[in-house]
Write a protein that binds this ligand. Sequence first.
Ligand code: KG4
Ligand code: ZN
Length: 335
Amino acid sequence: MILAIETSCDETAAAVTKGNRVLSSVISSQVKLHSKYGGVVPEVAARAHIESMILVIKEALSRAKVKLGGIREIAVVNGPGLLPSLLIGVQTAKSLSFALQKPLIPIHHIEGHVYANWIGKTSKSIPFPALCLVVSGGHTELLLMRGHMRFKKIGATQDDAAGEAFDKVANLLGLGYPGGPMVSKFAEKGDRKAFDFPRPMFDSENFDFSFSGLKTAVMLEVRAFKKKTPEFVRNICASFEQAAVDVLVFKTSEAIKKFKVKSVLLAGGVAANKHLRRALSKELSCKFPRVKYFQPDLKYCVDNAAMIGVAAGYKRSIKKQKQFFEIEVEENEEL
Ligand code: KG4
Ligand code: ZN
């Protein structure tokens, strides 16, 4: 059994996992705390993590019906993320490891997001090579996986991440924070063709992305149209979402062709976007019927510790020889 801890941004999360099974997953969200600032304030986040960390761990152990003594290893996200936030989770994990004399397993935040796809499945249910489309608030990447824990980055955003673009568009429209779910909600009832927004890097010969130009195009429309009527807001959201989803789906398709993968995995906070889930699944079943498509359950798309515990199980079995007792925070760690 693994006790997993995640505090890289504004969720204090702990979980108990056993293999790919989740025995408990507890998340204390700080959304209300940060919404008045329109984004996450790192020091405020860290203070809130300190207040809830122990309570969240206790709750995770109690829901899993295990005592600390029954835990074999402690997994923790040590990067990337907000430094003050990461420090709280990592220091807690180190203290527990020292007091209980149990090894630590450091997990990269993106490894966790990708492994959300294995929750509840057998380890062989996802065939390799696999292509992962990682879309979160801080990352937009295409990763090639040739085996468990073997990642190769084949494309990434050159500026804003997809989730960041959703949040900024929401901000322009005054929809609050976090913006992704709000933009998505308004988009459901809007006209996806109302505005002809650019599809950045559609014609580039690589697998990179760019979302800042798209965000600027939205900003220019919003500034030009003084009255933000509900219909205008819905149409902006729908047209923006369509442009972002088109680029993500197109680049994923191109990468499938080039790397001849057997499966595609969606991951990250934006993986909760219903339009993206539908569009990717439709594109794959029409164009690549032999490629298996996976997307995490909605509750495991946003930051959580269950995905960290499941990833840690694989990291431990692959890096058997390595026992971690001393780990450091890696604020900008590359996968
Ligand atoms: O993975 P995550 O929880 O945190 C990071 O690792 O960054 O992702 C958070 C991001 C935010 O930008 C949020 O607006 C976006 O995911 N997001 C969504 C949706 N739900 C969350 N974006 C679009 N549609 C959604 N339904
Ligand atoms: Zn995340």
